[in-house]
Design a protein around this ligand. Structure first.
Ligand code: COA
Length: 322
């Protein structure tokens, strides 16, 4: 039996940091309101010359360096993103060229904030079935470009960044289990309502920006984390103590706390970076993972649970022996 294991992690954050106090100067909000409702203190925002591919490339390079693999070793590249550089080619193809990888499949996965976990699930299945031996899975987002900076209900929530992992074939797991799901009936609760085939009209109120019904999304997110907790409990035959670290999608501290409660997971075992990065959508889990790997908090052999939730709605989990 072939398994997939995480051989390296990497991440990238733009240098430009925007604090809640900075936002106070441009919109009717306050640091206190944002911290109380979301736990967010600051976010990184891409410079004009930074893109989803440039950030994803840097995260991938760092992950490849940690894994000790070169361009010739890579036989699959998957990018989870809701903010691709272009309509096509895929951001994964742009990164492939810049990495110097030749001939491997390279494609993007569109699953909003669940994009990385979707990509991980796919790459895991490729490796398990012999379709690839070394894969790079990236989550990268330039959300600042689809945020309406005049809408205080959404603008305060998001940030830019990228995270990546190198997955390699191994005789032992690795990825212990993964599940991905979607429920399209909630399309309009969290979406960008403009696009290629429905049309772009930048003069229309809102433009091509994130639109969200915050309260409804909050309730669905908490209910969905409950479903994910049940799936995880079933995978573990009830042995929740087997999980060393819970690394949820970093949307909002209140959602993270509610999710941890469903899993009966003490907050000491929950990784939360939302205060520093805000919601970086598909980048949030690999970004948080890389930070705790490099700080030494997460060690080889630890069991991790990733859980993502995003527009679609999409959601998914992966349990990983690091
Ligand atoms: N600063 C100050 N006040 C704000 C504000 C801001 N940035 N945004 C909204 N408000 C105001 C509203 O206008 C409203 O005022 P009113 O009572 O006078 O009408 C009040 O605060 C309450 O608004 P509401 O939208 O009910 O707040 P909330 O408690 O639901 O918090 C969110 C809003 C967005 C923080 C919350 O709904 C949330 O976290 N939702 C999930 C978002 C998310 O994580 N999405 C991504 C999922 S992947």
């Amino acid at each position: 039996m072939t398994y997939a294991r995480i051989a390296g992690t990497g991440s990238y954050l733009p240098e430009n940091v925007v604090t809640n106090h900075d936002l106070e100067k441009t919109m009717d909000t306050s640091d206190e309101w944002i911290r109380e409702r979301t736990g967010i203190k600051r976010r990184h925002i891409a410079a004009d010359d930074e893109t989803t591919s440039s950030m994803g490339l840097e995260a991938a390079r760092r992950a490849m360096e940690m894994a000790g693999v070169g361009a010739d070793d890579i036989d699959l590249i998957v990018v989870g993103t809701a903010t691709p550089d272009k309509i096509f080619p895929a951001t994964a193809c742009i990164i492939q060229r810049q990495l110097g990888v030749k001939g491997s499949p390279a494609f993007d996965v569109s699953a909003a904030c669940s994009g990385f976990v979707y990509g991980l699930d796919l790459a895991n299945r490729y490796i398990q079935t012999g379709g690839a031996r070394t894969a790079v899975v990236i989550g990268s987002e330039t959300l600042s470009r689809i945020v309406d900076w005049s809408d205080r209900g959404t603008a305060i929530l998001f940030g830019d960044g990228a995270g990546a992992v190198v997955l390699q074939a191994a005789d032992e797991p690795g990825i212990l289990s993964s599940h991905i799901h979607a429920d399209g009936q909630y399309e309009t609760l969290l979406h960008v309502e403009q696009g290629v085939s429905v049309g772009f009209d930048v003069t229309k109120a809102g433009g091509a920006f994130v639109k969200m019904e915050g309260n409804a999304v909050f309730r669905r997110a908490v209910a969905t984390f409950d479903l994910m907790a049940r799936e995880t409990v079933a995978d573990l035959d009830g042995h929740l103590d087997d999980i060393d670290w819970f690394i949820p999608h970093q949307a909002n501290m209140r959602i993270i706390k509610a999710a941890a409660k469903k899993l009966e997971m003490p907050m000491e075992r929950v990784i939360a970076t939302v205060d520093e990065h805000a919601n970086t959508s598909g980048a949030s889990i690999p970004l948080a993972l890389d930070q705790v790997v490099r700080s030494g908090k997460v060690k080889r052999g630890d069991v991790l649970l990733f859980a993502a939730f995003g527009g679609g709605f999409t959601w998914g989990t992966a349990m990983v022996k690091f």
